[in-house]
Every structure is written in C-alpha cells, then in structure tokens.
Design a protein. Structure first.
Length: 187
C-alpha cells in the first residue's frame, strides 16, 4: 500500500499521478499538499492535542562562530541580545560553544516560524527560553509576547528536535494546543 491509498481525503492525488519518490515542484501542487497536511494534522479527537504550527531552521556553525567571536565586545553584545543567561552558561560549558550557540539559534528561529510571527508583532529573542538536559530533546518555555500570542491561540506545548552535521545544525519545532485558550505558559 502506498501513502495515497491510506489517505482519507477525497482530493488526494491518485497513486499514479504523483508516485512516491517521483514528485517534484512542477508536478505536485504545493497548495494541495499543504492543505492535505494541514487537515491531517488538524483532525484529531476532542481532548487531544491539536497541531498549531511547525517551523524549521538551518544554522551554519561558522556564521554563529563569527558572530560570537567578533572583537571589541560586539560578540558578547550579540550573545546577550539573543541568548538568556542560562543558555549562555550552557553553551560556554561545552568544548565547542559555537555548536551549542548555533543549535539554540536554530531552535529559536524554528519556534518563531512555528508561531507564524517571526520576530515581529513584538516577539523578541528573550521571549523563548531553551532548556537543555543531557539525553533529552531541548524544551521550550514561553515568555513575554511569544507567551501572550501562544495563550491567545491555545498553544501550550511544543516538541523540538535537532540534527548536527559538520558545520550545520537543523532544528524542527512543532507547537501544539492541548487546551482551549488555557495555557501553562509564563508571561
């Protein structure tokens, strides 16, 4: 059985039109795929977590290294502008702190993309706290304007994942709304 036979949507493309592994941007309409994905993720039983957003970001370790190592205090200013105190301590405790700074940068970027605001509508770098525990996926704690927007949308949970490959770090953040307009986030 291929992935289209499992679909419950009447508008899913037939298996022979977009065979698995053969689709490309020209032959597979992005809007149809996005609509199908959105409906799949939004149709959940009552009381279950509801998909609220997804974001992805790719960070280059070399670019973050350049930013944090800038002379005349500019590197330190960048670090303090972007990262919270506990995050800075976490990164500096590593043998290669620039890799950790890049990972946290990617998570932060993916999270604001998942929220759908980017760094607009009053959302700033310090509105997210990334909590890293050895052996576990990083956790997000919402603050400030990010927390307000999340609460308005019922968003109160998230999942993050990271992958490192030489000079690149990729992060994916998925936001969930588990309750209707109630939130455990902190302002």
């Amino acid at each position: 059985m291929n992935r289209y036979q499992a679909s419950t949507f009447s508008d899913a493309p037939p298996p022979d039109k977009y065979p698995v592994g053969k689709a490309d941007a020209a032959s597979c309409p992005a809007d149809a795929l996005q609509d199908s994905l959105s409906r799949t993720l939004m149709e959940v039983p009552a009381g279950a977590a509801r998909f609220a957003g997804i974001g992805v970001d790719l960070a280059r370790v070399g670019r973050i290294r350049q930013a944090v190592e800038r002379p005349d205090g500019a590197g330190q200013a960048f670090i303090e502008k972007v990262y919270r105190t506990a995050e800075i301590e976490y990164c500096r405790a590593a043998h290669f702190p620039e890799e950790r700074f890049a990972a946290l940068w990617a998570i932060r970027e993916a999270a604001v993309k998942a929220l759908g605001t980017g760094y607009s509508d009053g959302v700033g770098f310090h509105d997210l706290e990334i909590i890293c525990t050895t052996g576990r996926a990083p956790e997000l704690k919402f603050h400030g304007r990010f927390a307000q927007i999340a609460a308005e949308r019922g968003i109160d949970d998230s999942r993050t994942t990271l992958s490192h490959d030489r000079d690149c770090v990729v992060a994916v953040v998925v936001l969930f709304a588990c309750r209707e307009l109630e939130s455990k986030v902190e302002a």
